[in-house]
Ligand binder design. Sequence first.
Ligand code: CA
Length: 401
Amino acid sequence: MSWVEGAAGSPYGTHNLPYGVFRHAGRAPRIGVRVADFVLDLDGAEAAELILAGGALRRPVLNEFMALGRAQWAAVRERIVVLLTDPGHRAAVEPLLVPLAEVELVLPFEVGDYVDFYSSEHHASNVGQILRPGQPPLLPNWRHLPIGYHGRAGTVVVSGTPVARPRGQRRGSDGPVFGPSARLDIEAEVGFVVGIPSPLGARVPVAKLAQYVFGVVLVNDWSARDIQAWEYQPLGPFLGKSFATSVSPWVVPLDALAGAWVPAPPQDPPVLDYLRDVPHLGLDLRLAVDWNGTRVSEPPFASMYWTPAQQLAHLTVNGAALRTGDLYASGTVSGPARGQVGSFLELTWGGTEPVTLADGTTRTFLVDGDTVVISATAAGPDGTTVGLGEVAGTVLPAEPD
Ligand code: CA
């Protein structure tokens, strides 16, 4: 049992311990770990030699710590649990606890490369039906490989960062028109953060996920559907996505999610050997999407067709190197029901079926001033819950010309 006030029964008890980077009292950003409604200052803990990580916890981002690898991640995690549970450490550690309400959380890692997959069968088939009616909902390659694209790492922002409505080209009745997107949307996703790098030319096999991946964040892949629809052929998403991608401030270590692995949906036809993961497991993360405070969807991550291990194996099968801080996102998480979809494109069926929010207003796509919060929980050990925090963002009007 932790001596920290509120830790018992909290989704952020010592079974979770997500890492983040915070600012407090005008100081430079510091690495911390969340426990209950506090942040334990790990920079201060390493400075006081309460934890030893070769100085990696005394940096303004998590990258150097994430590059240490699984054995060190486990050792530091174990040590943090000791510090937060052994009453003998309380006097030294308690002054390093900062109330969460007093900190500003910043982007916790320097993002290397950013890849976004398209791995929900329900999402891909909904989008197929909406955009290509009368044709097979899935394209012929979809069940053979996890489809993805390279996104823009430099515009990954932390939760709470406002998102200005992008301008761009869209299809008009008489040629292209330029202006603010009229179909601004979200994509509720789960992101995997790479810890240790891999050399150019080496593949990372499906069985090595936990060796390379440090932890998990929530992702909102903001999407301008009208810009996307006009630009995406033949090379895929570009400016309709790259204006902003939001991530949650807490990186939940894979170790905290050890109890959340469940069998992933069966794959038919059988996949090629390099994609065969035995056992074939996905994470049972329960996502929720709130639109101006109204819960509009609860996407189940366990329903994803392609698993994080398969995505990582596919990402590197051509010999592409991994870098510390690489982020690969799952793709929009959508379950089989309308109340389980991860985009408003699907929720309103291409904008044809508006939803009503709690204040009585209706929506198809995002209106300036709207706030979207994506949150998630998972089952932890011994009946506990693991909180994954949230990724929030408010839409601002397009920048003036
Ligand atoms: Ca996406």
